[in-house]
Design a binder for this molecule. Structure first.
Ligand code: VG1
Ligand code: CO
Length: 543
């Protein structure tokens, strides 16, 4: 088989962000663009020779074409074997599991997660290492360095692999193994949860709707919820993966999964609602009449995980990203295990999980997961909730309410300012960073600042330091605001403003988060001069 060495010039702007490299699909389709990035990944890990990888994606536009390119490049770079999901489909947590199960040298995931798909929308590539988790900071830097210095990439001239046919094929010297995307993942879930108990719950008439948002989890949810656990047919909504996700954003939050949230708030609501994102690593949890914020969900799961067989022995610790509310900190404190605060992005949980220091992790952006893989896992979170509901025999609303009464409540909200000119976003952040030393003496509206800093993280396992991970402003009276720039957007900059207010258990009231957070919001809008820097104070997306 002929190996071609294609001369290529570096393409700028290939810096991987919070979750791999994300760009407009048409940029990825430019000749040499995807190829340069893939070659840079291989170069960054010391070559692909004799190595084994897992490859799959969320089914978005360009998924299968990209996989064919990756297979031919892996063959040209001397890889021994690539395991591919049938029709190119694999969820992010399934890839993480397959890397670990087959002890491969890593995996490539084709997805821009919750960003929309299509020729005029977004595409992405993530590289996960041999522990199954997102590439570490140092590997990410090395990939980036390679993208800037690349001179050539290798690719074989060959026919496309048949991604639809299960079993083993040969691409030159390299083996391509096409596998069922669901079965190994389902087998893992069987070992973690009490499936008999969940089966009995559904058999007793418990109803659920799972919105797969025309993304990757459709086949997984049908196989697990409907076929394996006996949920009625029609439990899974929008279960067909589509190249454009049906035109929507496959983002499981009250804005993009509004139809499901509306159903759950209505008179005909089923007992339980859930949704997942493009690549299946996020989750949204909704009970009848109640939306559970991801931060609260993490706290409830931490407090109840022992009800599932895999976690019956208790948790070694929990970790949350810095902008995630401190609700799980209170659970950790009361139950007596450590709680770690890490920068945004799943890669920071990897070392803690590998070292056995934490069992559960979560982010405010609807990601929750555990030591079973090294990614956040949407369906896993849904199954843990189902296991808890089956064991406690209470509604979601009752469980959450009881949780607040026991631990207090962290009212929480995230406001996103999207497609902001990059200079304006940088100006806003730089201005606040400059005034940080003076902030603790400032009073804004009803609130006095007690502490303000820029978050730096020292990894407790390898000692590495990550600086500039977002601005934290603490106010007297238990309120906190966080400001950071998104690392996953593809248009301009996105400014994220995260706010929380802790209210002790005996003072928890039935008021909206927006109402409780009003003073924090006006204080931070003033301190950070939103109007002056961005020309507006209203956010585009509030979750
Ligand atoms: C966002 C979220 C972050 C998450 C990341 C990847 O990053 O805020 O919590 O880890 O997306 O999620 P950012 O930098 O835009 O805030 V996913 O579902 O894309 O793998
Ligand atoms: Co995702």
């Amino acid at each position: 088989m002929k190996i071609q060495k294609i001369v290529s010039t570096p393409i700028s702007g290939q810096k991987p962000g919070t979750s791999g490299l994300r760009k407009k699909t048409r940029i990825f389709m430019q000749p040499g663009y995807l190829e340069n990035f893939i070659q840079s990944v291989f170069n960054a890990i010391g070559g692909a020779e004799n190595k084994t990888f897992v490859v799959g994606g969320d089914g978005r536009f360009f998924n299968q074409q990209a996989i064919q390119v990756i297979l031919k490049m892996a063959a040209a770079n001397g890889a021994a074997k690539v395991i591919v999901g049938q029709s190119g489909i694999l969820s992010t947590p399934a890839v993480s599991h397959l890397i670990r199960l087959n002890e491969t040298n890593g995996g490539l995931i084709l997805s821009a997660s919750h960003n929309p798909g299509g020729i005029d929308e977004d595409f992405g590539v993530k590289f996960n290492g041999e522990n199954g988790g997102p590439a570490s900071e140092s590997v990410t830097e090395e990939i980036y360095r390679n993208t800037k210095n690349i001179r050539e990439y290798l690719i074989v001239e060959a026919n496309d692999a048949d991604l639809g046919r299960l079993g083993v094929q040969q691409l030159g010297e390299m083996i391509v193994e096409i596998i069922d995307p669901v079965s190994d993942y389902l087998q893992l879930m069987r070992t973690l949860f009490d499936f008999d108990c969940i089966r009995a719950l559904f058999a007793s008439g418990f109803t659920m709707r799972f919105d797969a948002m025309h993304a990757v989890t459709g086949p997984y949810a049908r196989a697990i919820l409907e076929q394996e656990l006996g949920a009625e047919g029609g439990t899974v909504l929008n279960g067909e993966p589509l190249a454009d996700f049906g035109g929507g954003h496959p983002d499981p939050n009250p804005v993009w999964a509004k139809p499901l949230v509306d159903l759950m708030m209505g008179d005909d609501a089923p007992d339980f609602g859930a949704a997942s994102d493009g690549d299946g690593d996020r989750n949204m949890i909704v009970g009848r009449g109640i939306y559970v914020t991801p931060s609260d969900s993490l706290a409830v799961l931490a407090a109840n995980a022992h009800l599932a067989p895999a976690y019956a022995g208790g948790l070694s610790g929990v970790a949350r990203s810095m902008p995630t509310s401190a609700a799980c900190d209170r659970v950790a404190e009361k139950l007596g295990f450590p709680c770690f605060e890490t920068p945004t992005g799943w890669k920071f949980f990897g070392n803690l999980l590998d070292a056995g220091q934490v069992t559960l992790c979560g982010e405010e952006s609807a990601g929750t997961g555990s030591s079973h893989v090294r990614e956040k896992d949407g369906l896993w979170a849904v199954l843990l909730w189902l296991n808890i509901l089956a064991r406690r025999q209470q509604s979601v609303a009752d469980i959450v309410d009881q949780h607040w009464r026991e631990f207090g409540r962290n009212y929480y909200s995230r406001h996103d300012y999207e497609a902001v000119p990059v200079e304006a976003a940088n100006r806003l952040m730089d201005n606040v960073i400059k005034t940080l030393p003076d902030l603790p003496s400032r009073i804004s509206g009803e609130l006095a600042v007690s502490k303000a800093d820029e978050f730096s993280y020292q990894d407790p396992v390898d000692g590495s330091i990550s600086r500039h991970q977002g601005i934290r402003i603490l106010f007297e009276g238990g309120a906190r605001a966080v400001l950071r720039l998104s690392g996953t957007g593809t248009e301009g900059a996105t400014v994220r403003l995260y706010m929380e207010q802790y209210i002790a258990s005996d003072e928890v009231r039935d008021v909206s988060a927006a109402q409780v957070l009003r003073p924090v919001r006006s204080a931070v809008l003033e301190l950070a001069e939103f109007q002056l820097c961005l020309g507006r104070t209203e956010a585009d997306v509030i979750t």
